[in-house]
Write a protein that binds this ligand. Structure first.
Ligand code: GLY
Length: 371
């Protein structure tokens, strides 16, 4: 029950291995990359308590020495002070140009460790061992690395592809249910943006996957990664098609900003709500059938994922203020908001051609539906 997805990027190609038990066998998987038998692991305190000892044992079984730095868990770690600490620790550990850094954690650690690897001695190789569903299906694949700036999320960074990704589906059992479901927002995104068959598969098998069925988990992560790998291979640095991966994200980023990047809304929850809004907008613009947004929301309801503005606790700003937050999005080009809309489930496209009044009307109605 293990799959390998190749990310085809010429000399920077790499494998994403998906399946249970990968941490337990990480030593043998990482060994072929090493020039000398040692690695430096960046992780966070929560993940370290759960998964660092098994990783150390797996490396040691192959004679690989490991040193580790555990940073605090949470988005605040994706900042200059923690980044500086990580890079200085790697230098103190005498990690050399031909060594390998291992990122053991969710999206925060993967992004920060990848960026540290990108700049350390002008670039060292790194291995991603993603421990959240979101990181397994999205952030660990494709080479986007970086940290947040006071001006916004992910504004400082580099494209730096990993040399190997080990998506161990056993670790998903250790996630709090809310985090798992938030990650599911990114899984469903792949079906919605480019694979109607996958969306249908999720309608049938999503609940058993959430309940812990391992074969369903491996299949869902593999199909997500396969789609991401195809898109990244076509457009590594987001000149075109890669923007499709941002389905639901323009709305999501505005909602995350409006809720102060707090526990009120997790990123994946914002993606699920954003996908529902993107399909509603597509239907209102006559681009897709009226049934499509209902079907999207019905599936999110079936999974127990947040799907409406009313699922976000506390007050939200008005439609004008949300639209102003959307205008801060990185995807704004020449002041024009870019949306990922859809012609049907599985057929998304990028457009700047959306009348402001339609977006305002959509947000107004969605806000009015809140209690
Ligand atoms: N998470 C979107 C991307 O990797 O392009």
């Amino acid at each position: 029950m293990e799959n390998t997805v190749r990310v085809a990027l010429g000399a920077r190609s790499y494998d994403v291995q998906v399946g249970p038990g990968l941490i337990a066998t990480a030593g043998a998987r990482i060994a072929p990359l090493l020039d000398r038998p040692r690695v430096a692991v960046l992780t966070d305190e929560t993940v370290a308590a759960l998964h660092l000892a098994p990783l150390r044992a797996a490396l040691s079984a192959q004679g690989i020495a490991m040193s580790a730095l555990a940073l605090p868990a949470g988005e605040a770690t994706k900042s200059w002070p923690h980044f500086t600490r990580a890079v200085e620790w790697l230098l103190a550990e005498k990690i050399e140009r031909r060594d390998v850094v291992v990122a053991l954690g969710g999206g925060v650690i993967g992004d920060l460790a990848g960026f540290a690897a990108a700049v350390l001695r002008r670039g060292v190789r790194f291995v991603q061992i993603p421990t959240s569903l979101l990181a397994q299906v999205d952030s660990s694949v494709g080479g986007k690395t970086g940290i947040n700036a006071p001006q916004g999320k992910n504004l400082i960074g580099a494209f730096h592809q990993p040399s190997l990704v080990l998506a161990d589906t056993d670790v998903l059992a250790t996630l709090p249910p809310r985090d798992f479901l938030a990650g599911y927002g990114e899984v469903v995104k792949y079906g919605l943006l480019g694979d109607a068959d996958f969306f249908e598969w999720l309608e049938r098998h999503g609940p058993e996957m959430a309940a812990g069925d391992m074969a369903a988990r491996v299949e869902a992560v593999t199909r997500s990664v396969r789609m991401k790998a195809e898109i990244v291979a076509r457009d590594e640095t987001e000149q075109g098609d890669r923007a499709l991966l941002n389905l639901g994200h323009t709305f999501c980023h505005a909602l995350e900003a409006a809720t102060g990047y707090s526990d009120r809304l997790l990123h994946g929850e914002g993606v699920a709500i954003g996908c529902a809004l993107a399909f509603e907008l597509s239907a209102r613009l006559g681009l897709c059938a009226q049934e499509a947004p209902s079907r999207v929301r019905a599936h999110l309801a079936q999974m127990g994922t947040r799907r409406d503005l009313r699922d976000i606790p506390g007050d939200l700003p008005g439609a004008e203020a949300l639209l102003a937050l959307m205008a801060q999005d990185k995807k704004v080009v020449d002041g024009q908001l870019r949306f990922i809309l859809a012609r049907s489930i599985g057929q998304a496209f990028v457009t700047s051609d959306v009348p402001r009044a339609q977006v305002l009307g959509l947000l107004d109605d969605a806000l009015r539906a809140t209690p």
